[in-house]
Design a protein around this ligand. Structure first.
Ligand SMILES: *Cc1c(COP(=O)(O)O)cnc(C)c1O
Length: 457
């Protein structure tokens, strides 16, 4: 580890925020050094998967000498393998032949539709109801936590190729979760005193102006929302735009808002998404971390484990150690979800567990707060605790970290060992049991929710 930890403020020069999308690929200078074939592949795949990158990421985070294998390059730039070969060939053919825009568009839509844009029953099963009407822009899956998608926070400073929310960024209105009003949020929370946690997510809420962020968060200080004690902000801005907290025009207002929330007794948890230690290895990122922490907010870290980016135990060990050194708290290691380019990034569950275990073995207890590998699946967050043998049968030992029914939490259960499985729905109950213990109840919950939604419309 070579990072310098210091209490002085390094001089950080402001930088204008400049982004490139798939229409400006030819403006990204370092791409010119890559073979023409690689650039063509990026052009093809970025028709399907959202692509957006800014100059900080290009100049400071990507090791261009190692592209295309560089992990941050893989995290940003669409790759040929992210589409299934027949889809890639069909679309590449149309682009090579300069087919009509309409033809390309319908090919792209068909490919997207096959990429499971909305996994884990998010679209209706998690939908909260206010005055009997479904509330777009929110999800309420676990009793104590509400997810809110502020409408001004529906982009990110860059996009990740593996994002499980990719469908929100391709302009498909039907799939957007954005809410327009802070008012609905506050009313819903006031009616739900079981909610202790609000998780602001997106997109990235930190793309919002300070005044918009304040609009959503300040209202939580009202006495009728005293039960909402913990405010989490899910963000990749420490990776993609740490200037947000250092030199942006309203960065002081952001920090001031955090200070006020903390002073009012709220726990402010900045949930930072880091996939690779390379993302934290710049002076401006360190300075942003220092400033956020100085407000009294905590920074917790989470990320999925991904082939081509971070499927390596030493990388995780190094990343968690750097995070703890910088004052952040490792929180979750996720399994890549069953959506988008999953086939490119997925790692068998057994391998995820081995990597997690091999990383854990190398680090002190302060780093071992990262739970996982965890699948955010339809019934809940399911953790792979390990592989063992029970009475001659090789099994996965699993447990719920979170469940749609809180009573499922922390109950061990067993699945038949499968060295290929990459997601919960591929697992079968062990010991020839007909179903997992939660299956019947989950089915009943789904029926009930569908009936409620049907009744409201
Ligand atoms: C992970 C998650 C949460 C938060 O769960 P914690 O265990 O409290 O971190 C809340 N809602 C949804 C939909 C989630 O996936």
């Amino acid at each position: 580890m070579n990072q310098r930890v210091t209490l002085d403020t390094p001089a950080i020069e402001a930088r204008p925020f400049q982004v490139f999308t798939h229409r400006q690929l030819d403006k990204i200078a370092p791409l010119e050094k890559l073979p023409e074939s690689v650039r063509f592949e990026i052009q093809v795949v970025s028709q399907v998967l959202p692509f957006r990158v800014n100059t900080y990421v290009i100049d400071e985070l990507i090791d261009w000498d190692r592209a295309p294998e560089d992990p941050v390059f893989q995290l940003i730039f669409p790759q040929k393998g992210m589409l299934h070969p027949e889809d890639y060939e069909a679309l590449a053919g149309l682009i090579r032949d300069q087919a009509a825009a309409e033809t390309i568009k319908s090919c792209v839509s068909a490919i997207r539709a096959r990429m499971n844009p909305h996994p884990a029953g998010q679209k209706d099963l998690n939908l909260p109801l206010l005055d009997g009407q479904p509330l777009a822009g929110m999800q309420h899956k676990y009793q104590e936590t509400v997810l809110f998608f502020p409408s001004q926070g529906q982009v990110c400073h860059s996009y990740c190729t593996f994002c499980f929310r990719w469908a929100q960024f391709i302009g498909d209105k039907d799939l957007k979760f954005a809410a327009n009003e802070a008012d609905n949020l506050h009313r819903y929370l006031a009616e739900h005193t079981e909610v202790t946690d609000l998780l602001l997510t997106g997109g990235d809420p930190m793309v919002m102006k300070a005044k918009h962020l304040r609009m959503y968060l300040e209202g939580l200080l009202k006495p009728e929302l005293a039960h909402v004690r913990n405010l989490r902000i899910g963000s990749k801005s420490l990776t993609f735009w740490p200037y947000r907290f250092v030199t942006d025009e309203d960065s002081q207002e952001i920090l001031q808002l955090f200070r006020e929330l903390v002073a009012a007794g709220k726990h402010v948890a900045f949930m930072a998404h880091f996939n690779h230690w390379q993302e934290m290895d710049t002076p401006v990122c360190r300075e942003a971390i220092r400033r956020i922490r100085a407000t009294g907010a905590e920074i917790r870290t989470q990320a999925p484990l991904l082939r081509h980016i971070n499927d390596d135990a030493d990388q995780w060990a190094k990343m968690w150690q750097m995070q703890v050194q910088l004052g952040m708290i490792p929180y979750y290691l996720f399994v890549e979800r069953d959506t988008g380019a999953q086939h490119y990034f997925e790692v068998p569950l057994v391998r995820c567990w081995e990597i997690y275990r091999d990383a854990m073995k190398q680090v002190p207890g302060l780093c071992r707060t990262a739970r996982g590998p965890s699948m955010s699946a339809e019934p809940g967050k399911v953790e792979i605790q390990g592989v063992t043998e029970i009475k001659g049968e090789k099994v996965f030992v699993l447990r719920f970290i979170q469940g749609r029914n809180p009573d499922w939490v922390q109950r061990p259960f067993f699945a038949r060992y499968d060295d290929q499985a990459t997601w919960l729905h591929q697992l079968k109950p062990a010991f020839d049991e007909p179903a997992f213990f939660f299956d019947a109840e989950l089915q009943a919950m789904k029926m009930k929710k569908q009936a409620l939604i049907a009744a409201s419309s």
